[in-house]
Write a protein that binds this ligand. Structure first.
Ligand code: ADE
Ligand code: ZN
Length: 325
């Protein structure tokens, strides 16, 4: 096999705010007068956390150093630069206006910062990126509704979808139907984190109640063979994040993770880094994981093809990207 590094890659499940490197985190903390404890940098991973719920808490603390549109520009540019060095041709990143507004930015100013970084990276490295706005489950239905309203009222060519992240177990799909019915009515593409911290029913609800076209993780469908069969026969793609799931101890190891089995059963699989420094993950590393689990070079390329085929961007962009694989 050629070096895995050379394989054209794509990533469609990464939380932009969570890509922040420790250097940028420290720099922004200093510039924005945020007092961060050194303990935050002293764990097994780049940022310290104890379990999934503590991870969600530390995530908010670390990302609270991002205060201005220019911070967002730098964050976006830095991540895309790293991806381009790993031969990533396309990134569809989740962003959070909720986080940005908590730090005093407006919806439009933060989005402009992201897009400026994206344009800069595209011009310098040729990497294409689009964005998905996330609602956050554990902030409740009103917060997610307001986020969706703002997205629908401010269309942007590079903002191509709406996602739902956060605490899947305690904030089930049925709480959010109003928001996702409206998004569906407007034909706005939807991806839902489901089948990560909750099981097959959460996946069924994401599809049937929230109209998900893609599943963030989705891997716990393995617990229900009928659901696996339904997904195999559907057009729904799984945004799997093996390193994230091993780090948060949903599965004990890569060998114990269902991604290879789901791939073998013919589900539409992509691999993704989720929250890279929180799990010491990279998108290139996820392709390595799949190679170690036995995927051939052609099969690794099929992961990239799936990511682009099921991306939420326009057809013209997809056609150009598919020619690069
Ligand atoms: N937000 C950021 N990362 C997440 C994950 N892995 N699951 C749910 N919400 C998240
Ligand atoms: Zn995620």
């Amino acid at each position: 096999m050629n070096s895995i590094k050379q394989i054209p890659k794509a990533e469609i499940h990464v939380h932009l705010e969570a890509t922040i490197s420790p250097d940028l985190c420290r720099k922004l903390a200093k510039r924005n007068n945020v007092d961060l404890s050194e303990d935050l940098f002293a764990g097994q991973y780049v940022y310290a956390w104890e379990d999934f719920y503590d991870f969600l808490k530390q995530y908010d603390i670390i990302t609270s150093v991002i205060h201005t549109p220019d911070d967002y520009r730098e964050l976006t540019y830095n991540y895309l630069k790293k991806c381009a060095a790993d031969h990533v041709i396309y990134v569809e990143a989740m962003i959070s206006s909720t986080h940005a507004k908590l730090q005093g930015m407006t919806y439009n100013s933060f989005l402009e910062g992201v897009i400026e970084g994206a344009n800069q990276a595209r011009e310098e490295f040729g990497i294409v990126s689009k964005y998905i706005m996330n609602g956050i489950r554990h902030l409740g239905p009103d917060s997610v509704f307001q986020t969706a309203e703002e997205v629908l009222n401010n269309p942007h060519f590079d903002l191509v979808g709406f996602g739902l992240a956060g605490d899947e177990l305690h904030f089930p799909a049925k709480l959010f139907t109003k928001t996702f019915d409206i998004l569906k009515k407007e034909n706005f593409p939807i991806t839902i984190h489901a089948g990560e911290w909750d099981g097959p029913q959460s996946i069924r609800d994401a599809i049937n109640l929230l109209h998900a076209k893609r599943l963030g993780h989705g891997v716990r469908c393995i617990e229900d063979p009928d659901l696996v069969e339904e997904l195999r026969n559907s057009d729904i793609v799984l945004e799997t994040c093996p390193t994230s799931n091993v780090a948060t101890k949903i599965y004990p190891s890569y060998e114990g993770h269902p991604v290879k089995e789901l791939f073998n059963q013919g589900l539409k699989i992509t691999v993704n880094s989720d929250d890279p420094p929180f799990f010491n993950a990279t998108i290139g590393g996820e392709y390595e994981v799949m190679a170690n689990l036995g995927l051939s070079e052609d099969e690794l390329k099929s992961l990239t093809r799936n990511a682009i085929k099921y991306a939420f961007c326009d057809q013209h962009t997809k056609s150009k990207l598919l020619k690069k694989i």
